[in-house]
Ligand binder design. Structure first.
Ligand code: F6P
Length: 531
């Protein structure tokens, strides 16, 4: 089947999986363990310092073979080569998808074009190094000659979530005297409350926007510019040492007034939600230092190499993607949860929501045909043990099944010998309890735990920059594999455009309140009356 005529639902593997799904209704994960002493060995693997145990899934050997057959019958492998070699696989925008080139080494280049690309990336990352080194050394001075102590990253979506997550996750490595702040929402309370706490003389704003056109980011930037004017009498603060621009659109940043040598550029083949590896990650380099930032890139590269070279059946992103497809498309499960047992990964579910749901929340195939199957699952989550005291009741005894990714670090230098075993013990107990369940004592049906709830457990040796990089790249590639099999373009985001357009038209006065539907008109009226 060539790529143009491909649709997953027309493959032999798809039909086979549907019939296996009806047989699975009666299956129990615990029985799969009981009949196969090798199950854990077969259904687990390591990549670098990451260990994935996927044995607690509702997947028999025969289902697993059929899922692998689905991957083989899809254009996944050719699509993967197309992505890494820079073909414009983002077909609706005619763009290549090359975030992996941001973490590649020159030795990875197979062609002169690839060599030139990696050389350009290295040059752009040098600018990140220079800026972050200078700030960390106290040599980047504000307009009154004082060293920077606070960096405010203003950006949204991919220009916020990745850097914010990385800075929180890698707290152990953070500079002791520098404070990082992240402003994303157009809700004025966010930026105004943050600025109130800061000294403008020692504050640097990193204006992070791939396009440099995003409404929320530009309004927040204006508020910051006004603040510098009010507090320091600075005219056009965006043209002083208090601002840097991080963007794939240097012309727009220049037109905005950012000086040339304070614009840190990256290529437009970096998707917004894949941009933390580029100059958008400046705040990460400021927080943990450029050498550790490079370690993060090295961990991601390790996962890139694994993804390209490991056979499908031992390929971590492929395995996680196939499990998600099994639950979504064949067992009709609508959502999936990511539950890190590590408070520093609190933002991981929000980060993954953009990565996964903005990438794979699509209903049109690459060939323009509508899909006749489900695509991206609803992803949500929270850290454990906190989640145990909130939504775990539903996971254990509710009517729905939610496959879970449990994530934890085996060793945690920021914790201690009293806390860490309790944290990990809770995670292991939860995944085991969800799978095994428990019969109810006579006459006490409310104490029945049905069990048979599937989960993956992903263990990192520790939450180092390298392992964090590998973890994020793992999910990036998982999303890619699912998009390839579902035959959708994971790299555009047209779904967010209509709402943006209507908001802009309304704010520009091109749309009257009366142009809206009756419900929206009533809401406007309430706001008018009460604001
Ligand atoms: O939400 C749409 C989106 O385009 C995201 O994909 C992107 O990460 C975000 O807006 C911010 O865009 P920019 O970096 O161009 O400001």
């Amino acid at each position: 089947m060539n790529d143009k005529s491909y649709s997953p639902s027309s493959t032999a593997a798809w039909s086979a999986l549907h019939s296996k799904a009806s047989d699975t209704k009666e299956a129990r994960i615990t029985d799969l363990f009981a009949t196969d002493p090798q199950r854990v060995n077969k259904f687990s693997l390591s990549v670098g310092d990451l260990f994935l145990d996927f044995s607690k899934n509702l997947v028999s050997d025969s289902v697993w073979s059929a899922l692998l057959a689905l991957a083989e019958q899809s254009p996944l492998e050719s699509h993967r080569s197309a992505m890494f070699s820079g073909q414009p696989i983002n077909n609706t925008e005619g763009r290549a998808v090359l975030h992996a080139a941001l973490r590649a080494e020159l030795t990875d280049a197979k062609t002169d074009e690839e060599k030139a690309r990696i050389t350009q990336v290295k040059e752009q990352l040098q600018a990140v190094k220079q800026a972050s080194d200078k700030i960390r050394a106290g040599q980047w001075l504000g307009s009154t000659g004082k060293a920077i102590t606070d960096v405010v990253n203003i950006g949204i979506g991919g220009s916020d979530l990745g850097p914010k997550l990385a800075c929180a996750a890698l707290e152990e490595y953070s500079h002791p005297d520098l404070n990082l702040h992240f402003i994303s929402n157009v809700d004025g309370a966010e930026i105004l409350t943050t600025l109130k706490k800061l000294n403008p003389e020692t504050t640097l704003v990193a204006l992070a926007s791939k396009t440099f056109t995003t409404q929320e980011t530009l309004l927040n930037a204006k508020t910051a510019i006004d603040w510098f004017k009010e507090k320091l009498g600075l005219e056009n603060a965006q043209s002083t040492s208090h601002f840097v621009g991080l963007t794939a659109n240097p012309d727009n940043a220049k037109a905005y007034g950012i000086p040339d040598d304070q614009i840190l550029a990256f290529a437009d083949w970096v998707g917004g939600r894949y941009s933390l590896w580029s100059s958008i990650g400046l705040s990460i380099a400021i927080s943990i230092g450029f050498e550790q930032f490079e370690q993060m890139l090295a961990g991601a590269r390790e996962m890139d190499i694994h993804f390209q070279q490991a056979p499908l059946e031992r390929n971590m992103p492929v395995i996680m993607a196939l499990l998600g497809i099994w639950y979504s498309n064949f067992l009709n499960i609508e959502s999936t949860a990511v539950i890190p047992y590590c408070e520093r990964l609190l933002l991981l579910p929000s980060y993954l929501q953009q990565l996964d749901m903005e990438s794979n929340g699509k209903a049109t195939q690459r060939n323009g045909e509508p899909v006749d199957y489900e695509t991206g699952a609803i992803l949500w989550g929270q850290t454990g043990t906190n989640g145990q005291h909130a939504f775990f009741q539903l996971l254990h005894q509710g009517t729905r099944t939610v496959p879970i990714d449990f994530i934890a670090a085996a060793k945690d230098n920021l914790s201690n010998a009293e806390h860490h075993p309790v944290l990990l013990g809770n995670m292991l107990a939860q995944s085991a309890a969800l799978m095994t369940g428990q019969a109810a004592p006579e006459g006490q049906q409310h104490r029945f735990y049905p069990g048979n709830k599937p989960s993956n457990t992903l263990l990192l040796k520790e939450l180092s920059p390298k392992n964090f990089g590998a973890l994020i790249a793992l999910y990036e590639h998982k999303v890619f594999v699912q998009g390839s099999i579902w035959n959708i373009n994971s790299f555009d985001q047209w779904g967010v455009e209509l709402g943006k357009k209507m908001a802009n038209e309304f704010l520009a006065g091109d749309l009257e309140t009366a142009d809206f539907d009756p419900s929206t008109q009533a809401l406007f009226a309430f706001i008018e009356e009460n604001s």
